[in-house]
Design a protein around this ligand. Structure first.
Ligand SMILES: [Zn+2]
Length: 281
């Protein structure tokens, strides 16, 4: 456990069990979605969903995350002190029977004992552009992309295997699922990249891979993704490209077998089927 160095003000509360003045802490009236953590050791302590306005002047939570806050008799002989179970740092006190919320509990916590980690928003995109090994490999290198998973979408067969899909009879396309951090990369940027790492003018195949399982599709999750995909196709058509990419509502995604994931990273080979061609300005 890596303990963070404390300022004198933090030390007065966390180590010497002081109390910050009411209505002065940075987390009074703070209402973001995320997790409050121990200022000293970083342990996750309270979820933002447990925070409520008690009017007492300190951040109030009606429950802690399981097992991470320890209660002990306060030195004053009356109150119940709460400390971080991991590092023993002083947090504040817990009061029961006040009737503020259904849980009837108020963890009254000093702001200086806490840090806050906003909940990460994760975006999802689905693209099919030929053999998923290459599409996955090239999208994975984009900053802001959290994970890329190879799989199947767009057909009728439930939980298809790779040999099933290779027959071309399942209706599925080799598809990648991209999870990304929207604060670092936009859906539009990913969709542009998708159109540059495969040939959107080749029907029912990609490079040497022929068959409808290699067709070009943007599987969209909402109207905004549809609008962006259609707009990018229009831009390419204005440049004279005869785009065959379909824009289709996303269906169920079936992850491919493990041996297809991270294929080029694991094998050290280079993609034979995909490379980036700049198509947007
Ligand atoms: Zn701690």
């Amino acid at each position: 456990m890596q303990w963070r160095p404390l300022s004198p003000e933090e030390e007065a509360v966390i180590v010497h069990k002081g109390t910050e003045r009411p209505f002065t802490g940075k987390f009074v009236g703070h209402h973001e979605d995320g997790t409050y953590t121990c200022r000293r050791c970083g342990a996750k302590l309270f979820d933002s969903s447990a925070k409520f306005e008690s009017g007492c002047g300190w951040p109030s939570f009606d429950t802690a995350l399981p097992g991470v806050v320890r209660e002990q008799p306060d030195a004053d002989g009356r109150r119940v002190e709460i400390v971080c179970a991991a590092c023993g740092g002083h947090l504040g006190h817990v009061f029961r029977g006040e009737g503020f919320t259904d849980r009837d509990t108020r963890h009254c916590v000093n702001s200086v004992s806490l840090d806050f980690a906003p909940r990460q928003q994760v975006g999802t995109a689905y693209f099919a552009g030929g053999c998923f090994w290459g599409v996955e490999h090239l999208l994975q290198q984009q900053a802001g992309v959290l994970s890329v998973t190879s799989g199947y979408m767009g057909g009728q067969t439930k939980s298809p295997t790779y040999p099933d899909v290779c027959t071309g009879l399942t209706g599925h396309a080799e598809t990648v699922k991209v999870e990304f951090d929207p604060s670092r990369v936009s859906y539009e940027a990913l969709a542009k990249l998708f159109f540059e790492i495969h040939d959107p003018t080749q029907a029912d195949g990609q490079g040497p891979d022929l068959g409808n399982q290699y067709r070009s599709v943007v599987f969209v999750l909402d109207a905004e993704q549809r609008r962006i995909a259609q707009q990018l196709i229009l831009m390419l058509e204005r440049k004279g490209l005869d785009v065959v990419t379909q824009v289709v509502d996303a269906g169920e995604f079936f992850p491919a077998e493990d041996y297809h994931q991270d294929y080029y990273v694991r094998t050290g080979k280079q993609p034979y089927c995909h490379m980036r061609v700049k198509r947007f300005d």
